[in-house]
Write a protein that binds this ligand. Structure first.
Ligand code: CA
Length: 228
């Protein structure tokens, strides 16, 4: 059974999350503040953390740093502040994804499913298909409408990273560090240029992408089945 640690100080939200998560077959550990959350994560087997950033005793960022000192448990941040710096800070500190308050429970459940999908399970598939293109990871071949699409080595590295993590938010810093190297972690214009190229090659409407999505100011997300 998957155990979700919910770190939230608002009793009504906590209660709603507990009911919904139980109804979907999750076990729930609840923590009303950061200290309780860190203690719970050390004494219980936690599969995913849902973390409110605004906590009474400490900043949510401190909880992320505390967890990341010894744990790679997926962390989904709940943020009341839209597309703001603290979500970027949370991602940089090691959070895996975020949901903006007020959030739909369906959206949160989808994020939890992605976060708890064992890393590499989908990524080990030799071929990742979408309704528009397919990526053969083993042979480094991208096909679209029966045609092989040429990729530069950098385009391939970026695309490979995205399709190996379907549904997962990859932060700008993560992508830049992985593809270009840690020294390039701030060169976000590289990403804009290369994502535009990938979309021109792979999206039906590059101006309205459905597979290679931008999360404004945060990062990018590969979506295999649009509308999912
Ligand atoms: Ca709060």
């Amino acid at each position: 059974m998957t155990t979700v640690l919910v770190v939230e100080d608002e009793p009504q939200i906590l209660r709603a999350l507990q009911i919904t998560l139980h109804a979907h077959g999750y076990q729930v550990a609840a923590a009303p503040n950061g200290a309780t959350a860190l203690a719970a994560a050390q004494t219980q087997a936690i599969d995913v953390v849902v973390l409110d950033l605004g906590l009474p005793d400490m900043d949510g960022l401190e909880v992320i740093s505390g967890l990341r000192g010894w744990s790679e448990v997926p962390i989904i941040v709940l943020s009341a502040r839209h597309g703001s710096d603290d979500v970027v800070d949370a991602l940089d500190a090691g959070a895996d994804d975020y949901v903006t308050k007020p959030f739909g429970l369906d959206e949160l459940l989808a994020r939890i499913r992605v976060a708890t999908r064992r890393v590499g399970v989908q990524g080990d598939e030799p071929v990742v298909d979408t309704d528009e293109f397919s990526v053969d990871l083993a042979n480094k071949v991208v096909m679209r409408a029966g045609q092989r699409i040429r990729m530069t080595p950098t385009e391939w590295s970026l695309l490979e990273l995205l399709v190996r993590n379907p549904g997962r938010l990859l932060s700008q810093q993560q992508l830049l560090s992985e593809v270009w190297g840690p020294a390039y972690a701030k060169e976000t214009h590289y990403l804009r240029v290369y994502m535009a190229q990938l979309r021109r090659k792979l999206e039906r409407d590059p101006a309205a992408p459905v597979h290679l999505l931008t999360e404004a100011g945060m990062g990018y997300r590969f979506v295999r089945y649009p509308g999912q």
